[in-house]
Design a protein around this ligand. Structure first.
Ligand code: COA
Length: 327
């Protein structure tokens, strides 16, 4: 029998690919729930919550489709492109409007689109998963993809629970991801992962509220953030010092600090918005990206690391060389 050639080594997640984040938009509902508000019905304090999480307030109200549409319109305006040029809508969410259908088709419809539209459920890692999927579709011939992260976690949060009630809020962030024809904007590497062994450290039954083993989530989060960041850095042939800005999932500033101690990143090179948003799951990374751009923290040519983790557990990281919007 003829010997089979050994399969070639797979260079999974190793770029570069020519893409550009051409526009970013966000949406936050007006209603604010401050830590002090929670003390009216919960045995807690602003000091305790802020000290343990870095959160002071979170936003309530809106719908996942409504927030998505607002963020998408802002991203289109930022990129100065018409909605009709979008080839695909990817909506990362863990709190869709309905069990069935997905929320993405409604968002596409409001934007006047009949292109492909699907929800992506990878919990708080969802937007980074969406970015990687968008890159894959662009490599298959698409030119422009709308990647949204949007949540109304209020609907699955028990604000009387001292573990979860202090953390979660609503919000949305959207990015226009384009094929880059200039050679300047590039996805350098990515890493996606999951470990379903940990489903029950953070989950919600159909129609129920979230249940969480906070300590275990904290512990696992620090580990997977280190592993995923290291994988993306190695695949891009970069070191910690080469990264100009890290945009982590905004769950808890203490988780980020503990992970950074292991990896070697500094808080000065980190984008954080959770003090005023709480944990917005799939929306949190584009919300922090928008804030970083608004504060001129990203320049053309910068290397930006997105680093997500969440229920599942899932994790996702990606390194982008920036050629996009200036915010
Ligand atoms: N306010 C005041 N005190 C609280 C409290 C609250 N909201 N929640 C718990 N406590 C108290 C407990 O009663 C306990 O007191 P004791 O030592 O006198 O018994 C003490 O604080 C420690 O309780 P514990 O439940 O172990 O809290 P913790 O230190 O683990 O902090 C979290 C709780 C939720 C802040 C923390 O576990 C966390 O952030 N985990 C990660 C969660 C997360 O990010 N999830 C989303 C991932 S995508």
């Amino acid at each position: 029998m003829q010997e089979q050639p050994s399969s070639p080594a797979r260079a999974v997640g190793v770029g570069p690919w020519d893409i550009n984040l051409a526009g970013i938009g966000i949406a936050l509902p007006d209603k604010r729930l401050h830590n002090n508000d929670l003390t009216a019905w919960m045995d807690t304090s602003d000091e305790w919550i802020f000290e343990r999480t870095g959160i002071r307030e979170r936003r309530l109200g809106g719908t996942t489709s409504g927030l998505s549409i607002e963020a998408a319109r802002a991203a289109l305006a930022d990129a100065q492109v018409d909605a009709s040029t979008i080839d695909q809508v990817i909506l990362a969410t863990t709190s869709p409007d309905y069990m069935l259908p997905g929320t993405a088709p409604a968002v596409a419809h409001e934007l006047g689109l009949t292109c492909g539209a699907f929800d992506l459920q990878a919990a708080c890692s969802g937007w980074v998963y969406g970015l990687v999927v968008a890159n894959g579709l662009i490599q298959q011939g698409m030119n422009r993809i709308l990647v949204i992260g949007a949540e109304t976690l209020e609907r699955m949060t028990d604000y009387h629970d001292r573990g979860t009630g202090i953390l979660f809020g609503n919000g949305a962030g959207a990015a226009i991801v384009d094929r880059d024809t200039t050679g300047a904007g590039r996805l350098l590497s990515w890493d996606l992962g999951s470990n379903g062994k940990h489903i029950h450290i953070l989950y919600s039954e159909h129609g129920g509220k979230m249940k969480m083993d906070g300590r275990e989530v904290f512990r696992q989060a620090v580990t997977v953030m280190q592993e995923s960041a290291t994988a993306s850095l190695e695949r891009a042939g970069l070191t910690v010092d080469d990264i100009d800005l890290v945009i982590p999932h905004q769950a808890n500033v203490r988780i980020v600090e503990a992970a950074w101690k292991r990896i070697g990143f500094s808080m000065e090179k980190t984008a954080m918005v959770l003090e005023h948003t709480g944990n917005t799951s799939a929306a949190s990374i584009p919300l922090a990206l928008h804030d970083a751009l608004a504060n001129d923290r990203i320049a053309k040519g910068d290397k930006v690391l997105f680093l997500g983790f969440g229920a599942g557990m899932t994790w996702a990281s990606a390194i982008v060389e920036w050629n996009g919007t200036s915010g």
